[in-house]
Design a protein. Structure first.
Length: 190
């Protein structure tokens, strides 16, 4: 799969389709589908638990609202559900990255070996187990770099004027930067 032709400009759609083709290679699927299965089960269970609890949380919350504001019950449900979906989605995407981290590192190693024609690294159980501490250490380093900056950005939301105008833009840029670091780290770690 090593190309000898001159480099050409490729679109994101091209690389997306190439990614789907690479997933179909034997020996690669397990690094994609195993963490995906674990994440779907965990996220599905967490969302099921969350939505079964909402039936008791909303009436409990509404019991603190005066009678003349009870009409807010119809507005509160969608706002709470959307807020919880956003918070859970953000939180569980972080958890999903932690669960998938060992597999993503191994996936990057396997694909690099396949695409360059090099000998694939040891993929036995012991080969995987010896890489997990190194991979998880990298995840801790990224988290230690991320958290202080995320807390500062979160505190910006409480500054009038800045929190409503500048903070969302900064948060978007910071999230994009962190996604780039997160997903480029696996191949660069090789």
């Amino acid at each position: 799969m090593v190309s000898s032709s001159a480099p050409t400009s490729r679109s994101g759609v091209y690389y997306f389709s190439q990614g789907w083709k690479l997933i179909g290679l034997p020996g690669i699927r397990r690094y994609v589908f195993l963490p995906l299965l674990v994440n779907v089960l965990l996220m599905g269970g967490a969302f099921w638990w969350l939505f079964t609890r909402l039936d008791s949380w909303i009436p409990s919350l509404m019991s603190h609202v005066p009678d003349w504001l009870q009409w807010l019950n119809y507005l509160l449900w969608p706002v709470v559900v959307l807020s919880i979906l956003l918070v859970f989605g953000y939180f569980f995407s972080t958890i999903a990255n932690w669960i998938a981290a060992p597999f993503s590192g191994l996936l990057a190693e396997q694909l690099e070996a396949r695409l360059t024609g090099a000998t694939p690294p040891d993929v036995g159980v012991f080969g995987i187990l010896k890489d997990i501490p190194r991979i998880m250490k990298r995840e801790w380093q990224k988290l230690a770099w991320y958290l202080p900056r995320a807390i500062v950005l979160l505190l910006l939301y409480f500054i009038p004027g800045v929190g409503q105008t500048v903070a969302p833009v900064l948060w978007f840029l910071f999230s994009a930067w962190m996604l780039a670091i997160q997903y480029c780290d696996y191949p660069f770690d090789n």
